[in-house]
Every structure is written in C-alpha cells, then in structure tokens.
Design a protein around this ligand. Structure first.
Ligand SMILES: O=C(O)COP(=O)(O)O
Ligand SMILES: [Mg+2]
Length: 231
C-alpha cells in the first residue's frame, strides 16, 4: 500500500556518499592492493572523486591515477585488478565504513510516516547487503538494488524504475536522494524528483545538478519530507 497523505509516499536512497561514508574503507582496501603492487597510496580525497559509477570504474580510475591502465575498464589488466579488489573488499566492507550522522534516525522518521523506502546503489549487491545489515539500515529498506543486480546500473533509469515497480509507485510519487551527477542523471531519466546531500562524493558542485533541494545533512532532509516537502 502507498501512503496517500505524504508528499512522497516512496523515498529511494543512494548508498555511498548519501547514507554511508564508504571512502575510508574503499581507500584502505585500494591501498593494501597498491602496496602489493608497489604503487604509491591514494588519499581519501582522491578516491572520493572516483566513487559513484560502480566498482569497475573506481578501480580503473584508481590505477589510472598512478599511470596504469589509462582509467579504462577495457585495459587488458583491468579484470584481474578488479577481481583482486572485489575479493578483498567483499571479504570486509564494514571496517572503517560509517553511516552519516542521523542516517538510521532519518530512515526511521520516514518509515514512521508510512513512507516506503528503497535503496538504489551502484555498489555491488553482496557488499551492499553486508553493509546495510552491519549499520542497522536494513530493517527500514523495503527493496535493495545494487550495481550488479540488473543488466544496467545508474545513470541508466532501470534500477530506480525497478525499485519503484517493486513498491508499486509511479515516478511522480517518489523522491530519489543521492549525492552525485550519476544520481541526478538517473533520477532525471526515470522522471523522479531529486534531492541531493552535499556531504557526499560529487565531482561537481551539487547545486549545479538540478535537484529540487540540496541538504547538508540527513536530518535536514528528513525534516523537509516529514514537514510536507514544500519550497
Ligand atoms: O560507485 C559505487 O560503487 C557506489 O556508489 P553509490 O552508492 O553512490 O551508487
Ligand atoms: Mg553516491
């Protein structure tokens, strides 16, 4: 059932940079592999600019920043580098990963209004499921789609449309909450209203991405939605 009295009966969240501070764990995992390869480590600031379009591009860009593989997922050595990264990250995505302040309370506040919640991330499904359990987000999420759940990922509208279909919602009934140009393009292609968090990992200023609203914290977003999502 769709709750009729709230402006957005369905709210769908991105994960990395929106609900979850994942760059510390991604950076640590990359740098362990870089040390094995004799490559100088990357900073969290550098890795933050590489997140949001899936793990394949993250690994390609990370090596590309050190002159290996040209940032290209079609480079002959890429598949092996990605497999090593995924094996290590998927074995422990949780250490050093933290939710942003108020994340659990935000999901609870929206649920308490009868709003149904979804997750639409480009992070692969396996570590996503581990992370949402470990951080206490899982009980609030009615549907979860990862970057490898479906044949196409964001910015393609398919994963967001899949979430809405699963919840029985039309695009105009939903709000998508993200942090990056990938999220903005996905929401626009799906015809879904967009809100952005400025605390995440966008390569461009979030104010330029066409969101209905930009928030600096999850509690601010929650207040806006539960107060009626006015202008
Ligand atoms: O790029 C990723 O792997 C994850 O990014 P997202 O959760 O922001 O979609
Ligand atoms: Mg993100």
């Amino acid at each position: 059932m769709i709750a009729p009295a709230v402006p957005f009966p369905v709210v769908v969240f991105d994960l990395d940079g929106t609900l979850l501070q994942s760059v510390p764990s991604l950076t640590r995992t990359l740098n362990v592999q870089f040390a094995e390869d004799g490559i100088a480590p990357l900073s969290e600031a550098e890795v933050g600019l590489m997140v949001g379009e899936g793990v394949g591009l993250l690994v390609a860009r990370a090596y590309g920043a050190r002159g290996i593989g040209g940032g290209d997922i079609h480079d002959p050595g890429h598949a092996a580098r990605l497999a090593r990264f995924s094996a290590r990250y998927n074995a422990d995505p949780v250490t050093d990963a933290r939710v942003y302040p108020g994340a659990v309370e935000t999901l609870r506040a929206l649920k308490d209004q009868g709003i149904r919640l979804g997750l639409c991330t480009n992070k692969p499904e396996a570590p996503t499921l581990v992370l949402i359990e470990a951080t206490g987000l899982a009980p609030f999420l009615d549907v979860v789609v990862g970057g490898d759940t479906l044949p196409r990922r964001k910015p393609d509208p398919l994963p967001l449309r899949h979430v809405l279909d699963h919840l029985g919602a039309t695009p105009d009934q939903a709000l998508y909450v993200g942090d990056s140009p990938t999220d903005a393009a996905c929401a626009q292609a799906a015809g879904v209203t967009l809100a952005l968090l400025s605390h995440g990992y966008s390569r461009v200023p979030v104010e330029t991405l066409g969101a209905k609203r930009v928030f600096d914290s999850l509690p601010a977003l929650a207040r806006w939605v539960t107060d009626g999502a006015g202008d």
